[in-house]
Design a protein around this ligand. Structure first.
Ligand code: ZN
Length: 186
């Protein structure tokens, strides 16, 4: 079975002093989306970027801006990311707040809704939210740092998710440790 695959390189791997050039370079390389890893130093130990950087990116690229919020209070920051021009906003089921309310706020703002699961979170946490999301992100590394190895043991989770989705138009995103080899497995 074949289905369309989209590639969403993370801007975490960019030279942040040259973000506009990096976005253009990824577009020329065939990227479908730009993945924006947002970390708050609380939900995960690392600290990265916020909505102002998304706003700057929005001004220089027409690529889909796929914002992955690894933050404790997504509800508090969703309006900022919507205003900054995010095309998709993904938040973690492990974060604070009512996921249905957060999903509704994202959708009302005109962006696509994603939910994300850390490696240790059972897939059931996503299955009960399928009717309110456009995408489910399965982490194949522990969130928080770049450069970790792909966790192939997440395969049963991906399989269960794909089966539960069935014919519905819901994307499955795999995030972490992807390279030309591991992407085949994913
Ligand atoms: Zn991510």
């Amino acid at each position: 079975m074949s289905r369309p695959v989209a590639i969403a390189p993370s801007i975490l791997s960019s030279d942040f002093a040259r973000l506009a050039d990096e976005a253009q370079r990824m577009k020329e390389c065939g990227a479908d989306w730009l993945h924006v890893d947002v970390m708050d130093g609380h939900f995960v130990p690392n600290l990265t970027i916020g909505a102002p950087v998304v706003k700057s990116l929005r001004a220089v690229t027409d690529l889909f801006l796929d914002c992955h919020l690894m933050i404790s209070e997504p509800a508090r920051y969703v309006p900022d990311f919507l205003a900054a021009g995010a095309d998709g906003i993904t938040f973690h089921v492990e974060s604070e707040g009512d996921p249905r309310e957060i999903a509704a706020a994202i959708k009302a703002g005109g962006a696509r809704v994603g939910i994300a699961l850390k490696p240790g979170t059972p897939v059931e946490a996503a299955l009960e939210l399928l009717e309110v999301v456009d995408m489910v992100l399965i982490m194949t590394v522990e969130p928080g740092f770049g450069g970790q190895s792909y966790m192939a043991e997440m395969a049963p989770k991906l399989e269960a998710l794909r089966e539960a989705i069935g014919e519905r138009e819901i994307d499955v995103q795999v995030d972490g440790g992807l390279n030309p080899e591991t992407v085949k497995h994913a």
